[in-house]
Design a protein. Structure first.
Length: 469
């Protein structure tokens, strides 16, 4: 299995290369050169497997033989061992037709753990094999930072330094990062906003000697391995609801398009997912694209679902590449245009193909609160604001398949206790943290406050990367 860039001007790479590189050298995203597919009989044979076994079987073809199946199965076993539910990603029935696929039972209570927990093990495995070390640096406004820290903590060959804006993250989010006291984890609270943090990280990556010296790497959402690790839960849910012998639909609250792209990939591998519903908050570029081929970037506005406050959905490029018939030159041209002009009408045939499969939906903050309340009073289900966007999309008129016998899988992306204020505002119930996190507010914290100054931040990273001790 080799991987090619969506822009066609970077050399093809193998799985390990793609895992470690993240972005392709031409600015494109890596996609598999060919998609592995399973026959209906092969899908049926996967029914009822424990989640780590299913995950290893579905991810293994993407490794192109570079990781032995037994090793991969050991890694998926370890990655999901710490989850707070025996099913890992349980399906909870909401009504006759709707099922919440709960992706938030990992250590940081949000769906990013589903991929990042495995990624930590994959990184370690490949670094061991190559006798290399890495220093991961990243900026976070909240969610991704804690998931990355939990994925990398205590890994012998990885150091991780995460920058967050000082006093501008929620208390849960900060404590999920700063109470990890592992030797290879450091948190920097930067005196500035999220953009200042992101600029510092970019500046470190642009400082070639520093990048080289530290072996800098990122765990951002464009890494192919993250997409691959998100395919198995769509397969598990679809199989449980009768696939491949019965069609299903999915509804996914969306920001960077990574989670819904994994559902598309599961379909591409042969599962009968006949509709993909994309839920957005007021940052609705994807919904506007599907409604009228209007892909115009706008300023990001804050919402009750902050992990979806995104206007440039980086993983959309992978779908665009497929919609354009895998024409890398055309994809590169579209992306350059988007970068230069802030908008990108895509060719009519490709847009029509997208609208045949995808539906878009937008929900504002009052609508989100109303949906959380509706789920609580109607179904006694406590949903976080991101999940509520997905459930609302699933029953908006005209979005689900007409046939009521097609079940809808809704990606439940965060635990309600991760966004307690919105949930309490909607339901008057303050969701408690799960038992394994109940003492989060009492745990010891460790972080260092620094001004937004590159030399000081680089100095800190240098002194804490263990390769230098
Ligand atoms: C990251 C995130 C999303 C958006 O997922 P994408 O893959 O970026 O579309 C939705 N909900 C929650 C809780 C998240 O953390």
């Amino acid at each position: 299995m080799r991987y090619i860039s969506t822009r066609g001007e970077a050399p093809a790479r193998d799985f390990e290369g793609v895992l470690l590189a993240g972005l392709a050298e031409d600015g494109g995203l890596f996609v598999p050169e060919t998609w592995p597919t399973l026959s209906p009989a092969e899908w049926r044979a996967l029914r009822g497997l424990p989640y780590p076994e299913l995950a290893a079987r579905l991810i293994h073809p993407f490794t192109g033989g570079q990781i032995a199946f037994e090793d991969l199965r050991t890694m998926t076993g370890r990655a999901y061992a710490g989850f707070g539910h025996p099913a890992i990603a349980p399906l909870v029935q909401l009504d006759e037709r709707r099922f919440a696929l709960e992706l938030f039972h990992g250590p940081t209570l949000a769906f990013k753990d589903m991929a990042l927990q495995l990624l930590g093990h994959l990184f370690e495995h490949v670094l061991e094999k190559r006798d290399q070390r890495l220093t991961i640096v990243g900026a976070t406004s909240g969610d991704t930072g804690s998931a990355a820290i939990e994925a990398c903590r205590d890994r012998a060959r990885i150091d991780i330094v995460i920058l967050h804006p000082h006093e501008r993250t929620s208390l849960v989010q900060r404590r999920q990062m700063t109470t990890v006291l592992s030797d290879n984890v450091r948190n920097l609270a930067i005196e500035g906003d999220f953009d200042a943090c992101q600029d510092l990280v970019k500046a470190m990556f642009n400082d070639a000697p520093f990048r080289q010296e530290m072996g800098l790497s990122a765990v951002n959402s464009i890494n192919w391995a993250r997409i691959a690790a998100q395919i198995p839960y769509y397969a598990a849910a679809s199989l449980a609801l009768g696939a491949p012998d019965r069609p299903v639909a999915v509804s996914v609250p969306t920001g960077n398009f990574g989670n819904v792209l994994a559902a598309w990939a599961a379909r591409r591998m042969g599962l009968p997912i006949e509709r993909l519903i994309i839920g957005t908050n007021r940052n609705d570029i994807l919904a506007r694209f599907l409604a009228s081929n209007d892909m115009t970037g706008r300023a990001v506005e804050p919402s009750l679902s902050p992990s979806m406050d995104i206007q440039v959905s980086s993983n959309f490029e992978r779908l665009l590449f497929e919609l354009l018939g895998r024409d890398a030159a055309a994809t590169g041209e579209q992306m350059r245009r988007f970068r230069a002009e802030g908008r990108m009408p895509i060719p009519d045939a490709a847009w029509r193909e997208a609208t045949a499969l995808f539906r878009g939906f937008t929900l504002d903050d009052p609508g989100t609160l109303a949906e959380i309340r509706r789920l609580w009073t109607g179904q006694q289900y406590l949903a976080d604001p991101h999940t509520a966007v997905g459930t609302a999309a699933s029953h908006a008129p005209g979005l689900a398949p007409d046939d009521p016998a097609v079940p809808i899988i809704i990606a439940a992306t965060a635990h309600p206790a991760k966004f307690p204020d919105a949930v309490e505002q909607a339901t008057r119930v303050r969701p408690p943290l799960p038992a394994r996190l109940a003492d989060l507010y009492e745990r010891e914290e460790r972080f260092t406050v620094l001004p937004a100054a590159l030399d000081q931040v680089e100095g800190f990273v240098r002194s804490h990367a263990r390769r230098n001790r």
